[in-house]
Design a protein around this ligand. Structure first.
Ligand code: SF4
Length: 206
């Protein structure tokens, strides 16, 4: 059992991990996509993450252990799916991460007033940065840092990332390419089709 873990047998339903990313929040971050979303935004890019069927089940201690084993990580980013649809167990993990000194960034489709007084709000409040609100296809923009559509809000709940508030509206359509030891290529982020062609084939996208 990991030091500091209380052995809680709660399970989190995870779709995928990305152990080291620089595009889902400040610094190098351990990224977790959670399985299951009840919100079902039109135009969602991650429909395969909507079902709540068990995917990869981990205890909060299992996940903490993975994060501790990853060098150079300053924080953890929760993505979905909808992380707050697993809020009770996610709160256990969030508390463990905070006591280990990691920052937390949360992406949620819930707007803050919808979750007032719930355990979802507890996870929201504990996160240093929160991108919140439904994805609205008609308001999609690639000129937003960290957000997919213009209606989404960014909350800075602690002071550690205040410097980012000033640059938040500059164009930051970041894309990452990961190549694993088997040569498999994964593209993280949401490149425009022309940008993707330029990345893959070296063509000028202008
Ligand atoms: S909250 Fe996120 S995962 Fe869920 S439907 Fe909306 S965009 Fe998709």
């Amino acid at each position: 059992m990991s030091e500091g873990c209380d052995g809680n047998s709660a399970r989190l339903n995870v779709a995928a991990f990305l152990e080291n990313s620089a595009i889902y929040g400040p610094g190098n971050r351990f990224v977790i996509w959670f399985q299951g979303c009840s919100l079902r935004c039109e135009g969602c890019w991650n429909k395969e993450l909507w079902p709540f069927e068990d995917n990869l089940l981990f205890t909060p201690c299992d996940i903490l252990e993975k994060i501790r084993e990853t060098k150079g990580i300053e924080g953890v980013t929760f993505l979905g799916g909808e992380p707050l649809d697993q809020a009770e167990n996610l709160l256990i993990l969030a508390k463990m991460l905070k006591s280990d000194g990691y920052s937390i960034m949360l992406y949620t489709g819930y707007a803050e007033p919808e979750i007032s007084g719930t355990v979802k709000e507890d996870v929201f409040s504990m996160s240093d940065i929160v991108v919140s609100g439904r994805y609205v296809e008609g308001l999609r923009s690639v000129y937003l840092k960290w957000r997919g559509s213009l209606n989404q809000n960014i909350s800075f709940n602690s002071d550690i990332y205040r410097d980012f508030e000033d640059s938040i509206d500059k164009r930051e359509n970041d894309v990452e390419i990961h190549i694993d030891e088997t040569g498999e290529i994964t593209i993280a982020g949401y490149p425009e089709p022309d940008d993707l062609e330029a990345i893959l084939y070296g063509k000028d996208s202008q």
